[in-house]
Design a protein. Structure first.
Length: 159
């Protein structure tokens, strides 16, 4: 159950509007939708009677959608190229041998190059960069049912 407002009906964090909604703020409704068609929803009253269709209120323009697709394509291409380069760097290459000898690795790397690549890799690891203790969590509200270990101590408990 949802409620109509002056902004239409809210569903999945988006507002949907229909011309038929004018003057019906506060009315309780139900939503029906097609799984892959989030540009419009069907609105019904609580008994299931169809009231009308509501369309996404702040839908992007066709120009914005085209630019978004181009930007996503460029990003996907760049990420594919980076993954291809990383895969090539990951492979170990060995010198050819015609007699049984210990394997000789190819692709010498200096200490500075190794340090630079390792530093760049550590900077991109978001889990390592996270600082969970930097900002302490706020205490839970008094009306929440919390375990005794998380409850703030009262004056009687402090004694």
């Amino acid at each position: 159950m949802r409620k109509l407002s002056s902004h239409g009906v809210r569903w999945r964090g988006r507002d949907y509007l229909g011309a038929w909604m004018a003057g019906q703020a506060g009315r309780r409704v139900r939503i029906r939708h097609m799984p892959h068609h989030d540009h419009e929803i069907e609105v019904c009253d609580p008994t299931g009677r169809h009231l009308g269709t509501a369309h996404l209120a702040d839908a992007a323009t066709p120009e914005q959608l085209d630019e978004l697709r181009r930007t996503r394509t460029v990003r996907a291409r760049r990420l594919r190229e980076e993954a291809k380069k990383a895969e090539a760097l990951r492979r170990q290459r060995f010198a050819p041998a015609t007699t049984p000898t210990p394997a000789q690795r190819l692709g010498a790397v200096t200490t500075a190059e190794a340090d630079q690549e390792l530093a760049a890799a550590s900077d991109s690891d978001m889990a390592a960069l996270a600082l969970p203790d930097l900002i302490p969590h706020a205490p839970p509200p008094d009306d929440w049912n919390t375990p005794a270990s998380l409850r703030p101590a009262t004056r009687e408990e402090k004694r």
